[in-house]
Design a protein around this ligand. Structure first.
Ligand code: GLR
Ligand code: MG
Length: 433
């Protein structure tokens, strides 16, 4: 007999989508006009549907499909079991050998990192379904919220006004930002539209002196506001120290100035500016060495690649134990993930830095009501589950775009996107400066 409380998974639906993305620049290249995401739906025998979201590139889809098949008949409450199921799914070795993840922003790929990214989408969907079945918000399932709103930072990017001519794309209304004045203007729009009070600039795009000038211009335009600069490891130790010296009085932290624990530890030992990372510490295995050597002072968690919301809390507890700060990293994502980030962030004590989110750059979504930023924060909903609802028309539209794509956009490739504008482009050797 099926009851409301029957938590057995009867069906899992996977829907890859392509969502519009503006021409945002980073050290590897530029964002493509459309980027893949995977929407996960877990349906219980009682007819309750939970939703999750994760990376949608082919290598994740290849894992998500056999993973989904193995979930039918299990309980949505069996969250620990998701990791056991993931271990049973083979990862094609060719997918991970020397491959760099998401434009190289997350270090060298491993089978485990791929598996954890897939698990996260399913874990969130199971938590959403479980919360709906029990009448509890996800934060209650994680132990309860310790704040009613989660603060986010404005994620500033150097960007072109448009994607290259002749490439199908959606127009955005942010305009060009390729110099300090453009970045300040972009920051003003972020504050007007969303009320953000912290600013992060994605760097590693222009020579360091130009990026120092952009941060200086922000400091002048927004005196006293927390500022961060993240070149994704594009600088040498000496360049990192030069930037740290030039911006020491205005930076809240410097994010991944240089690559690897050795170089980060060297920089950290010679500057008083805290170093944050989403590249140096990306797995539990990397924590011990980085913390012992005091290579990082803030870890930017990302529930997608740490394996879900429960692992994010475990990471936060380890950071707390070692006196290391914790906040959140973000790649391009939709409202389901913003809801998930907000739910878990609401449960983490000592979240001292505003979290990153790409969400303001996304004009499209798969949920019925876009999540609003008020005064730079997202309210923590007490609605059962994540508090979001799938819009099936929007989902179908964005899935159709994925079906219609010839494969060009189905795997994020910032280098390839840059080559459309500059056929000579190759990703710069690191350190770039
Ligand atoms: O904080 C970060 O390193 C990121 O957000 C990485 C992302 O991949 C970002 O650089 C991007 O999307 O271009
Ligand atoms: Mg970063």
């Amino acid at each position: 007999m099926t009851t409301e409380r029957d938590l057995t998974i009867s069906e899992v639906r996977l829907t890859p989508v392509l969502i519009a993305d503006p021409p945002l620049l980073n050290t590897q290249g530029v964002h493509q006009p459309y980027t893949p995401r995977l929407i996960v739906e877990v349906v219980t025998a009682a007819g309750i549907t939970g939703v999750g979201e994760t990376y949608g590139d082919t290598k994740y889809l290849e894992l998500a499909r056999p993973f989904a098949d193995r979930l039918v008949g299990r309980q949505v409450s069996d969250l620990g079991g998701l990791f056991t199921v993931a271990d049973e799914v083979d990862v094609d070795a060719a997918r991970v050998e020397n491959a760099l993840d998401v434009g190289g922003q997350r270090g060298v790929q491993t089978a485990d990192k791929l598996r954890l990214s897939v698990v996260s989408g399913f874990e969130v969907a199971c938590l959403d379904a479980l919360g709906k079945a029990l009448g509890l918000p996800v934060h209650a399932l994680l132990g309860g919220k310790v704040r009613d709103a989660v603060e986010y930072s404005a994620y500033l990017f150097y960007k072109w006004a448009d994607h290259p001519a002749g490439v199908p794309s959606e127009k955005d209304d942010w305009g060009e930002a390729v110099d300090p004045a453009g970045i300040v203007e972009q920051a003003r729009r972020f504050t007007e539209r969303y009320g953000f009070t912290s600013f992060k600039l994605k760097g590693g795009v222009f020579p360091p002196d130009e990026e120092i000038a952009a941060i200086r211009a922000l400091a002048e335009a927004f005196p006293g506001h927390p500022l961060r600069l993240d070149p994704n490891g594009a600088w040498s130790v000496e360049t990192s120290l030069k930037v740290a010296a030039a911006l020491g009085d205005v930076l809240e932290y410097l994010e991944d100035p240089t690559l690897g624990t050795d170089a980060m530890a060297e920089v950290a030992s010679r500057t008083s500016i805290p170093l944050a990372t989403n590249m140096c510490v990306t797995t539990f295995a990397e924590i011990k060495e980085a913390f012992t050597r005091d290579a990082v002072q803030v870890v930017l968690s990302d529930h997608h690649y740490w394996g879900g919301l429960r692992n994010t809390r475990e990471l936060a507890a380890i950071c707390r134990t070692f006196g290391v700060g914790v906040s959140m990293h973000s790649n391009t994502h939709l409202g389901i993930s913003l809801a998930a980030m907000t739910q878990v962030a609401s449960t983490i004590p000592g979240l001292h830095h505003a979290c990153d989110s790409h969400y303001p750059w996304q004009s499209e979504d798969v949920i019925t009501e876009r999540i609003a930023f008020e005064g730079g924060t997202v309210k923590v909903t007490d609605t059962p589950g994540l508090g979001v609802e799938l819009d099936r028309d929007k989902l179908a539209f964005l899935h159709q775009r994925w079906l219609d794509d010839d494969g060009t956009m189905r795997d994020r490739d910032d280098e390839a996107a840059m080559r459309v504008a500059d056929p000579e482009w190759t990703p710069p050797a690191v350190p770039r400066w």
